[in-house]
Structures are given as C-alpha cells and as structure tokens.
Design a protein around this ligand. Structure first.
Ligand SMILES: O=C(O)CCC(=O)C(=O)O
Ligand SMILES: [Fe+2]
Length: 299
C-alpha cells in the first residue's frame, strides 16, 4: 500500500441507501491519530466500512484493532494458533456464519466492533450482508416502538453449545455515541422477551428478527482477498451467504464492548407471575436466569 494520502483525498463510495461505504486512499497499517479519528467518524455515519487491498499482516491487523479499544479472544471458538487476539474461521471447518446476528450478544458486554480480514475467498459467492438496526427501528409504527422501548430480551450461547451463558439486554439499544435507537434482537442469540409469556415472545421475536432482514435496511458486499471490513456491533447485524464451494477464510479481531444501554424495563419479568401449568416448561430458562419469583432482577 502507498503511504497515506491526506484525509481530504480519501475516496468514499456509499454502497447502499441504508448503510455501508468503501474507502480508498488510506493505508491502515500506517494509520495515526487523525486517520483513526476519521475512521471512527465514518463508522458512526456508515456503520460498516470496507478497505480493499490492505493485505495487513497478523501483527498489523492486531495493531489496527488496538486503536479502537481492548481486543478480546472469542469465548466460544478456540483458535489461538494464529494470535491470541485474533481468530480464524475457515469454511471447510464449518466457519460459515449463515444466520443473522450481532456478534456475541450472549455476553453481558457484547463486542463493540469487529474487524475482519478476508484471507481467502471464492471468486463468486460468499458475500456478507449487514443490516442497519436503527433504520429497522425507525421504520416501525409508533405504538410498536413505544412497546419495544419498555422490553428486555434474554440472549444465550446455545448455538455454540453453551445455553447457560446468558445475558439480558434492552430490546431497543441506545447507541452511546450517536444516541440512535437500534432494534437489538437477533435470530442467532436472542431467545426470549423477558416480560412476555412464551407464545407472545415467540411471535414477537419472529416478527422482529425477520423485520431487520428486510432488504431495504441492508447492504451486500462482495469480497476480494486482502480487504478489511469493520462494523459497529451496536447498531448492525450481519449474515454470510452460504452459496459457495471453494475455501473461504477470514481472520478477525474483536473490540471489547460495554453494557448495552436502553430504557429501563417497564414491566416485571414473566417469572414474577408464575402459575404452574403445562406451559411452565417454556419459562425454565427465565427462572435459571432470574431465580425464583421476587429474586433481585439483574438488569
Ligand atoms: O465471514 C464473514 O463475512 C463474517 C463472519 C462473522 O460473522 C464474523 O466474523 O463475525
Ligand atoms: Fe459475526
């Protein structure tokens, strides 16, 4: 990569109406304070950014990530062979994230940002899609918005074999920097609306997790090797298209997050109104998290 041109000379192309931009004219390996602060500003505006042709080494990738905060390993994947702060996903060993998700919302403090290097990709297929969770929230009707801001949801790591790893987050998350409201539930990790009965929760979650997939909120990116993609996990979800047969390998660093902020729940968890019946089995996970009725609520 050529040395950095001045920020005024970077070329930025928006990739869709809702989110996503590709940036040329910057060498991420040489990014200093001014470049990093401009990248943060652009990320707040576009939510996901792509920098083609960077070809960062593992150490450059880790160093670039460290400009944005403390890096964390992946709690559910043990691939420390490359670098303790970087993990690799290869399609041939099942590393295809073909379900819509925000990274690691099963944690109390979900990752703030993920920075991916496309190491090896098929010539066609294997694109990744992102969706803008603020646009998805804004497009809902006022009564739906009003109800959702008073709810919380339970997330778990069941898809990674750890249903006992749970966290409760607001259904509508307030972005700490832009203060925008984001619809913060996803089909991979979100299991239950805490304040609703199981059948109500199921219907509402199905609607919301499908709503965020509406094409008008999304961008789809076709990768080339050496591209760096970075996204803000506080206001997006993503999905990998499982439509390829050749090898696809990514390496990723993850910036540690903070506790998602939102309005306080306006209703008690469903566990506060227990009536023992055939339906009670659907509430078992809520009891595991909140304990017996009237126990202190952690959220
Ligand atoms: O492979 C990709 O494009 C994204 C994979 C993914 O979900 C992630 O790195 O968080
Ligand atoms: Fe992901």
């Amino acid at each position: 990569m050529k040395p950095n041109s001045s920020i005024e000379e970077w070329q930025l192309t928006r990739l869709a109406g809702s989110l996503g931009a590709e940036v040329h004219g910057v060498s991420l390996a040489q990014a200093g304070v001014r470049e990093i602060s401009e990248i943060k500003r652009l990320l707040n505006e576009h939510m996901v950014l792509f920098f083609p042709g960077q070809h960062l080494t593992v150490n450059e990738h880790v160093a670039f990530g460290e400009h944005f905060g403390v890096l964390e390993g992946h709690p559910n994947l043990t691939n420390a062979t490359v670098h303790p702060k970087l993990f690799e996903l290869a399609a041939s060993t099942g590393g295809i994230a073909d379900e819509w998700h925000t990274d690691l919302t099963c944690q109390k403090e979900p990752a703030l940002m993920s920075i991916l290097k496309m190491v090896k990709c098929p010539l066609s297929g294997g694109d990744t899609m992102w969706t803008n969770l603020c646009a998805a929230f804004d497009a809902l009707s006022p009564p739906m918005q009003e109800m959702l801001t008073g709810l919380t949801a339970l997330h778990d790591a069941q898809p990674h074999g750890h249903p006992e790893r749970m966290a409760v987050h607001p259904v509508v998350r307030i972005h700490p920097e832009t203060e925008a409201q984001a619809l913060y539930v996803n089909e991979h990790f979100t299991r239950r609306i805490v304040e609703m009965s199981a059948p109500e929760s199921e219907v509402l979650l199905r609607f919301l997790t499908q709503w965020v997939q509406n094409p008008r909120f999304t961008v789809r990116y076709h990768w080339t090797e050496g591209t760096i993609g970075m996204w803000d996990n506080r206001c997006t979800q993503h999905y990998v298209l499982n439509d390829f047969s050749q090898e696809r390998v990514i390496q990723r660093v993850t910036v540690t997050g903070d506790r998602p902020e939102g309005e306080k729940a306006r209703w008690a968890p469903w566990t506060q109104n227990p009536s023992i019946s055939a339906m009670s089995r659907h509430d078992r996970q809520l009891f595991d998290y909140f304990g017996t009725p009237n126990a202190e609520n952690e959220t």
